[in-house]
Design a protein around this ligand. Structure first.
Ligand code: ADP
Ligand code: MG
Length: 158
């Protein structure tokens, strides 16, 4: 299932992250695509803050991954822009993240064949001014979870 959602400004991106956050649990993968400055980190930050409060959420540009929380609420935030080889992701603890955390992954393209099939894929497209157009690609499992939200919010089906 695919929806397109208009995000007129940063607040709209943050509000969407806050709507999606309660749906995410351990083992989930949410990928964030889009050009530099499209809003991937802004989305991840709002998602993490929705779960843990107003904590500092820097971009994992240099660390490649930063982790938040513990137990069932654990979130791993990846930025794989600087990943040189897809197998390097295992050194970051990728398997542990897939098993025991919710993974938010910027630049998932870098994973190549390691990209999990079962995931929620969010693609941010930049338009004029602050406007972003978000394409939500949901597997069947994700679509079932998102359906009530999609209906309540009148998301446009592609
Ligand atoms: P990325 O991680 O995709 O490179 P960032 O989230 O770091 O991008 O940066 C996005 C920038 O764009 C931020 O400065 C943010 O304030 C700004 N911005 C403006 N409008 C939006 C919007 N609608 N959604 C997300 N970010 C926006
Ligand atoms: Mg970023």
């Amino acid at each position: 299932m695919r929806w397109t959602v208009d995000l007129p400004d940063l607040a709209a991106t943050q509000a969407l992250a806050e709507l999606l956050e309660p749906l995410g649990t351990v083992g989930d993968v949410i990928t964030l695509e889009g050009d530099l400055g499209a809003g991937k980190t802004a989305f991840a930050r709002a998602f993490i803050q929705a779960r843990f409060g107003a904590i500092d959420v820097p971009s994992p540009t240099f660390n490649l991954v930063l982790t938040y929380g513990d137990g069932a609420g654990l979130i791993w935030h990846f930025d794989l822009y600087r990943l040189e080889d897809q197998d390097e992701v295992y050194e970051l603890g990728f398997e542990e993240a897939l098993d025991g955390a919710l993974s938010l992954i910027e630049w998932p393209e870098r994973l190549g064949s390691l990209l999990p099939v079962e995931r929620l894929s969010l693609t941010f497209e930049m338009a004029a001014d602050d406007r972003r157009s978000l394409i939500i690609d949901a597997t069947e499992r994700w679509a079932r979870r998102l359906q009530p939200l999609a209906m309540a919010r009148n998301w446009v089906k592609d």
